[in-house]
Ligand binder design. Structure first.
Ligand SMILES: Cc1ncc(COP(=O)(O)O)c(C=O)c1O
Length: 393
């Protein structure tokens, strides 16, 4: 067989991630590969650590990208901070809390689940009760921005409760970082992980993580070896640690790291607060258009993630066909519902570089056109006008 080069189509990515990659990042990734121990590369790594500290709003020394996607960042936090037999309170209000449980159990630790309805935030009162009942718990884990539902939980309050009960916290910020506030030091988060493919506008495949001094102390004083060799931070730090002397641990994904570095420079140039504000404003455009169409956002306004919008599918509409037609006819990707919300919602992202007026207007008009052609019960033609009205507010 004689295969040809793969030339992907040009799409507009407005699903739950990956989202559109900034062209500056793609061109940074095409720069020449140098060695992972080259002094110039090592200098770039140090700069990247400072940029990540800025993105996470932390002074934590142990702030680095894990060489694998968000799931590996999640696993890094769990395998390093949790030992066999320990009790972990896992708050679940969507798909990704379920993966945290899976991580805890694979370590041979005990997951105590605090469950909330999908589409609702994690309930601080329930966490407090669970911690009173399980005073031997060592760690509290929760997802700040549940991508499966578009809900944001109150990370500051949840971390404060955990700390009062002498627990370390593991917080998932895969969808929040760069899109809404993530304040690691101010909120007292002990271990945090994210992903590159969402509001950082980068390609998938890396996971920024950061660990507080309390978390590092626990890692250094473990009774047992970390079960994963690749994710053992005691070893990884030999490469990512400070000073000019770095030891080989694994061959770093050099060009992917150029991309992340550029993404963080772009974020710094815009300014974190400005990036959060851009996502908030563009969410208002999308919300106004969706509501003018007669569709509903599933999540209550106070818990909504601006960058990920769960929209209810109108009665009688084949939701998969709508997504398929958007992709084929408009080169536009939006996401489906997961788990108990499968078939009931669409997930419309406006993350990072993809969060702009042009994309929102394009998405609303394409959705309007497809639904109108399917005779769906919507107010045809109203969405774009309503969205643009927000620009004048
Ligand atoms: C909240 C959350 N956690 C973890 C992950 C896993 O990240 P990845 O797919 O990069 O492994 C995702 C991915 O969408 C996510 O949204």
């Amino acid at each position: 067989m004689h295969s040809k080069s793969f030339i992907p189509p040009t799409r507009t990515l407005m699903g739950p991630g990956p989202s559109d990659v900034h062209p500056r990042i793609l061109s940074a990734m095409a720069r020449p590969t140098i060695g992972h121990l080259d002094p110039q590369f090592v200098a770039m790594m140090d700069d990247m650590k400072s940029l990540l500290q800025y993105a996470f709003q932390t002074d934590n020394q142990l702030t680095i990208p894990v060489s694998a996607p968000g799931s590996a960042g999640m696993e890094t936090c769990f395998v390093n901070l949790v030992e066999r037999g320990e009790k972990v309170i896992v708050c679940q209000n969507g798909v990704f809390g379920g993966r945290m449980k899976e991580n805890v159990e694979r370590i041979g630790a005990i997951a105590v689940m605090v469950e909330d309805t999908w589409g609702e935030p994690v309930n601080p009162g329930k966490l407090e009760s669970a911690l009173k009942e399980h005073s031997d718990a060592k760690v509290v884990a929760f997802v700040h921005a549940e991508t499966s539902t578009g809900v944001q939980s109150d990370a500051a309050t949840l971390c404060e409760i955990a700390r009062r009960h002498d627990c370390l916290t593991i917080v998932d910020t895969v969808t929040s970082l760069g899109g809404t506030a993530v304040k690691v030091d101010q909120w007292g988060i002990d271990a945090v992980y994210s992903g590159t493919q969402k509001c950082l506008s980068c390609t998938p495949g890396l996971s920024p993580v950061s660990f507080s001094d309390r978390a590092v102390a626990k890692i250094k004083n473990r009774q047992s070896k970390v079960q994963s060799w690749f994710l053992d931070l005691n070893l990884v730090m030999g490469y990512w640690g400070s000073g000019t002397k770095r030891a080989y641990h694994h061959t770093a994904p050099i060009n992917a790291l150029y991309g992340l570095h550029e993404a963080l420079v772009v974020l710094q140039e815009e300014g974190l607060e400005n990036a959060w504000e851009r996502h908030r404003k563009n969410h208002e455009l999308l919300r106004a258009g969706i509501e003018a169409m007669g569709l509903e956002l599933v999540v209550k306004p106070e818990f909504r993630l601006p960058q990920l919008n769960a929209v209810s599918v109108p009665a009688g509409v084949d939701e998969a066909l709508v997504r398929q037609r958007l992709l084929e006819e408009y080169q536009l990707e939006i996401g489906a519902g997961l788990g108990s919300l499968a078939g009931k919602i669409w997930r419309i992202g406006q993350m990072g570089y993809a969060s702009n007026t042009k994309n929102i207007v394009y998405c609303l008009s394409a959705l309007d056109a497809v639904l109108t052609s399917m005779n769906a019960p919507i107010n045809s033609g109203a969405a774009v006008k309503a969205a643009l009205a927000q620009l004048n507010l």
